[in-house]
Design a protein around this ligand. Structure first.
Ligand code: 5GP
Length: 256
């Protein structure tokens, strides 16, 4: 029986009290939601895959000096993280037009953008995460100008790193969403990457076929979500067919 104290339950994850003060356990559920919870399903195995993929990416980001909340993966569905105060701003980075940008501005999906574009959304389920400007963020006190600068610089570094990582395994990083938190250490406050990075929060397209390997398979009723997430994990070198307990190796280079 699970006696841990539940701190928070979101659409795809639960946060439990961690083993030590200042830590939490992040549990990945199989729930898939879209369009502000209008569409909901449970997809067997999604949480396990997202836990592994997010672990892999956060470890790599930690390795290149991006500060994150991630400590270690605990089991198939859970990871140990440091407790942070979530900044209520979602940072989206786009390399190729898709999704709401295409809809909003009438730009065909798949059009390469002249440069990477950063957008901010206010984290609010009731309002459907509306897009906001830096003016809104500072005027309403969601983050300071310095924190916005730090989040933006980190998001762009993450974009550069992940674009290369995915390119090497035959995948285009179309866009993604990240969240940040304030980590309090003694008298210091640091902005660190929080939440998760997985095919739930990125658009990932196969480089040759443009096949969608992300949550758009669910949003757009394309089917095959688990197979797509497994393919991302397999190419990252963290999932092998016919292996019961896969061990991480490294990205598998895709030959063109
Ligand atoms: P769009 O604004 O086009 O819907 O999304 C842009 C990118 O951010 C996509 O990769 C999408 O998956 C991600 N994204 C935007 N909002 C959310 C959100 O609330 N949750 C998750 N998991 N991803 C989001």
């Amino acid at each position: 029986m699970n006696r841990r104290r539940r701190i928070y339950e979101g659409k795809a994850k639960i946060l439990y009290e961690g083993p030590e003060p200042g830590t939490l356990v992040q549990h990945f559920k199989d729930d898939a939601t879209a369009f502000n919870n209008e569409k909901h399903d449970v997809i067997d195995g999604k949480g396990v895959l997202n836990n592994r993929i997010s672990e892999f990416i956060f470890n790599k980001l930690n390795d290149i000096g991006i500060p994150t909340h991630f400590v270690k993966r605990l089991n198939m569905r859970e990871q140990l993280i440091r407790e942070v105060e979530i900044i209520p701003v979602e940072v989206i980075v786009r390399n190729i037009a898709a999704g709401t940008l295409s809809k909003r501005l009438g730009i065909d999906e798949g059009t390469a953008l002249p440069r990477s574009i950063v957008e901010y959304c206010f984290k609010s389920d009731e309002l459907g995460d509306p897009m906001v400007s830096e003016e809104h963020i500072t005027a309403f006190g969601w983050a300071s100008p310095q924190e916005i600068d730090e989040m933006t610089a980190l998001a762009l570094r993450i974009n550069d790193f992940m674009s290369g990582l995915f390119l090497g395994i035959g995948i285009k990083l179309v866009d993604f969403k990240v969240e940040f938190g304030r980590l309090y250490e003694n008298d210091l406050v640091r902005v660190v990457l929080a939440d998760e990075i997985s095919p739930d929060s990125c658009r990932l397209w196969d480089i040759t076929t443009s096949e969608k390997l992300d949550k758009d398979r669910f949003r757009r009723d394309l089917g095959g979500l688990i197979e797509a997430y497994q393919e991302v994990a397999r190419r990252l070198g963290i999932l092998f067919e016919n292996e019961e307990r896969p061990e991480p190796s490294g990205p598998v280079l895709v030959k063109s």
